[in-house]
Design a protein around this ligand. Structure first.
Ligand code: CTP
Length: 206
């Protein structure tokens, strides 16, 4: 089975998850697997919870990208994998794993997936979701407070100290590797329809 890998990158709160959801719905019949770079955040058993809250989670070194590369390569060779599970509440990798069987389409998403050359070379289509920083920050505050157990103060401190500078240093420059740039991601129905059509023809060719 030939596997098509679709990469969805973009800054925090840009709308990657919404776009991924649209693509999952569109290609359900083709058997879609989704792998988030977030699953592969490194564990830090040597640090306390307090220390883990202070780490820089927006630097490429925060991720075990090699494990993700190995997993995508395995899936491309029709070998199942077990991806790690990460908790944003505990800032830690959980003991369980999730089995992913080989599928025709793999959607890979994350803020920094275009930054690593080996990872981006595994992708057939690279999509960058481009959303204004003020909108992204507003979404991030709401999400982190409601879903990730954070205070508004901690979200803003983290945003100014690491999220924003790392976005400017690593995420934004990786946009140049995208095949397609979509303003507002999954909320942009015209772009989503064009993208789905394009991916469909790629899958049919494969
Ligand atoms: N992060 C965090 N605490 C951790 C690990 C990661 O706050 N322990 C944050 C990083 O700062 C990074 C963000 O998680 O900026 C990555 O997730 P994000 O891209 O915001 O979420 P998605 O839902 O994948 O994307 P989108 O909002 O675009 O749908």
């Amino acid at each position: 089975m030939k596997v098509t890998v679709i990469g969805v990158a973009g800054g925090t709160g840009s709308g990657k998850s919404t776009l991924v959801k649209r693509l999952q719905e569109a290609f359900r019949g083709d058997d879609v697997a989704t792998l988030c770079h977030d699953f592969y955040y490194k564990a830090h058993p040597e640090l306390t919870y307090e220390e883990r809250t202070k780490l820089n989670y927006d630097h490429p070194q925060a991720f075990d990208t090699q494990m993700m590369v190995d997993h995508i390569k395995a899936l491309k060779e029709n070998v199942p994998i077990e991806h790690p599970v990460y908790s944003f509440v505990d800032h830690d990798r959980l003991p369980e794993t999730v089995l992913v069987k080989p599928s025709k389409v793999i959607i890979v998403d994350g803020i920094l997936i275009f930054e690593n050359r080996e990872l981006r070379d595994l992708m057939d289509i690279k999509v960058y979701v481009d959303t204004d920083a003020d909108i992204r920050l507003a979404r991030r505050i709401l999400r982190d407070v409601c879903e990730r157990g954070r205070t508004m103060q901690s979200v803003i401190t983290q945003y100014t100290s690491t999220v924003k500078p790392m976005h400017e240093e690593f995420v934004e420059p990786s946009k140049k590797y995208a095949d397609v740039i979509i303003p507002e991601g999954g909320f942009n129905s015209v772009a989503v329809a064009m993208l789905i059509q394009n991916i469909r023809s790629l899958i049919d060719r494969n």
